[in-house]
Design a protein around this ligand. Structure first.
Ligand code: ADP
Length: 452
């Protein structure tokens, strides 16, 4: 087992990884920018190294600084968390070539799935159903028109290197296609330095359902069921639950069996998430994330598993040690992503936390790096806390969610807590009756007005 792990991240996920390491008796090294000197992830790690100025490009994305930090502290392994370098195959390769273990999938699989076109082709060859669309990258507007005519409008132009909902544009009809194509390309070039785009049919009412998998280095692949992440704004997840209110046990088992068989065939290892759109009883693969997801805690609560601990064990060469039939699903879990954003406009609202009180009690988990007096810096992602509740049933989890949201105090900072309180009380959410378009309609219809 590793003796020391460097955590190449910040905020709540750095804390999350720190927790798993300490419970395994592994020492930790935090890295931080000059803006994060007083951050909780720095305080709670065994050691810390400053890796650069505030801008992420010069600090959390600074590969030479990270490798130097791992070298001087004598770390054995690096955990990338999510975001930043977590899906950068070159980084994983550099980490390994310097003699450190990368706590994640192989560079080959990160590269394969990072190109969404290649990922879709791989999955299609493995017999996984896809959303209808172009076979590969679109070469130009003429080809885009042909594909759109063939699959039918509305269509979605998507960046091959996409992530975070960027480089994605809907065209409702032929007249809108030229703009969608041009804007998606320009956004993709600006955000990812790669303007390759492809096309999918724009599904009118799908749910976003994803499957958590783990694979060891010896060929065992298991899944931990699904998460429903349909509550989104601008294609970004806001609330997630495990399991999905729309899925039954048989559907979960079938999806899981197909996905794990596909991943076993390509020799996948460590954690991963397969994302699907689900509409009219059909699953269609959209992408695979080769890392830990923000929303992994809902799965942990339902399956009683520590996914980060599992990632570390696998990276150290340990076998999974259990099979699919030993994985149990108990009760229901819901996560709210609380961000430092205006709950109506979603404009970031960095600032100082005047008073902080996290909810507690049975079945309540808060993953956050906030504390009273902490100043949320303007340079990074606006996620400030994940409130996760678990209950014996979805109804019980909802009751617990509402009371935990009522207990949560974050003063001095504008957050999305009021919106979460309104969502938790909304009849459609309570009934599990929502798709990926529900939240934007709810917010624009006034449901998201603050004060609730
Ligand atoms: P990213 O990697 O940028 O997050 P994804 O491909 O994972 O992009 O899609 C993000 C979200 O965008 C999905 O969860 C879904 O809400 C929406 N989306 C993606 N593809 C489609 C599609 N073909 N039809 C309708 N909505 C889609």
């Amino acid at each position: 087992m590793f003796e020391k792990v460097l955590i190449a991240n910040r905020g709540e996920i750095a804390l999350r990884i720190n927790r798993a390491c300490r419970e395994m008796g592994i020492l930790t090294v935090a890295v931080h920018s000059t803006a994060d000197l007083n951050a909780m992830h720095v305080r709670l790690a065994d050691e810390s190294v400053c890796i650069g100025p505030p801008s992420a490009r010069d600090s959390y994305l600074n590969i030479p600084a990270l490798i130097s930090a791992a070298t001087i502290t004598g770390a054995d392994a690096i955990h990338p968390g999510y975001g930043f370098l977590s899906e950068n195959a070159d980084f994983a390769e550099i980490v390994e070539s310097h003699g450190f273990a990368f706590i994640g999938p192989s560079p080959k699989h990160i590269r394969m799935m990072g190109d969404k076109i290649a990922a879709k082709q791989t999955m299609r060859n493995l017999g996984v159903p896809l959303v209808p669309g172009s076979d590969g990258a679109l070469e130009g507007l003429d080809q885009a028109r042909q594909v759109a005519e063939a699959i039918g409008y509305p269509v979605l132009v998507k960046a091959a290197a996409g992530g975070g909902g960027r480089g994605m544009k809907v065209a409702e009809n032929p007249a809108a296609l030229e703009d969608a194509f041009r804007i998606a390309r320009a956004e993709a070039r600006a955000a990812f330095g790669d303007d390759a785009v492809y096309m999918e049919k724009y599904l009118d009412n799908p749910r976003h359902i994803e499957l958590q998998v783990l694979a060891d280095n010896l060929g065992s692949v298991v899944h931990f069921g699904e998460r429903d992440c349909s509550l989104q704004r601008r294609h970004q997840k806001l609330v997630e639950e495990a399991g999905s209110p729309a899925l039954n046990r048989a559907e979960r088992d079938e999806l899981g069996a197909r996905a794990t068989a596909a991943l076993a065939k390509i020799g996948y290892r460590n954690a991963g998430t397969l994302e699907f759109l689900y509409q009219d009883g059909q699953f269609a693969f959209i992408e695979m994330n080769t890392r830990l997801q923000v929303e992994h805690p809902v799965t942990e609560m339902v399956c009683n598993v520590d996914l980060v601990r599992e990632q570390i064990r696998i990276a150290a060469g340990s076998p999974l040690g259990y099979g699919q039939d030993e994985i149990r699903f108990e009760g229901h879990a819901i996560e709210c992503r609380v961000t430092a954003e205006d709950p109506r406009s979603f404009i970031p609202t960095p600032g100082r936390v005047a008073a902080y009180h996290a909810p507690g009690g049975l079945g309540v988990r808060v993953d956050s790096a906030l504390y009273s007096g902490y100043a949320v810096p303007p340079y990074y992602d606006s996620l400030v806390a994940k409130l996760v509740v678990h209950g014996p049933s979805r109804e019980a989890a909802l009751m617990r969610l509402r009371r935990a949201l009522d207990e949560f105090v974050i003063d001095g900072l504008t957050t999305t807590l009021p919106l979460h309180r309104q969502i938790a009380a909304a009849a459609d959410f309570v009934n599990g009756d929502y798709t990926i378009h529900w939240l934007e309609q709810f917010v624009s219809g006034g449901g998201g007005r603050s004060g609730g």
